[in-house]
Design a protein around this ligand. Structure first.
Ligand SMILES: [Zn+2]
Length: 118
């Protein structure tokens, strides 16, 4: 059954999609870092994402200090995917403000690009 998503990324681009419903989530071009840790394993930091809803920000102590973060979820299937950094209190962590973390466990790579292309 075909589903309609709010936004489609260019098909020629390497994209990440929601593993649960295949909604596009982010373009590989928007990937900033792969060296993040989520509650279920590895997580990636993205500059921008699509088809994502955002919860209410709250202050949390993370490994790198105090941050205001909001849970993000897939707008299509409502699965919680990761979080958004709304505010970083440590100067060294400011680069993460307004950026998005998606856990690898919730993403699949579209267009058949393989792990050895990373
Ligand atoms: Zn989804």
């Amino acid at each position: 059954m075909a589903k309609t998503f709010h936004e489609y990324l260019e098909q020629c681009h390497r994209t990440y999609s929601c593993i649960h419903c295949r909604a596009h989530l982010a373009s590989h071009d928007e990937l900033i870092s792969k060296s993040f840790q989520g509650s279920q394993g590895r997580a990636y930091l993205f500059n921008s994402v699509v088809n994502i809803g955002c919860g209410i920000a709250e202050e949390r102590y993370l490994l790198t200090g105090l941050h205001a973060v909001a849970d993000i979820y897939c707008e299509s299937c409502k699965t919680t995917l990761g979080w958004k950094y709304e505010h970083a209190f440590e100067t060294s962590q400011k680069y993460k403000e307004g950026k998005y973390i998606i856990e690898v466990a919730h993403m699949i790579k579209e267009n058949g690009w393989g792990a050895n292309e990373e």
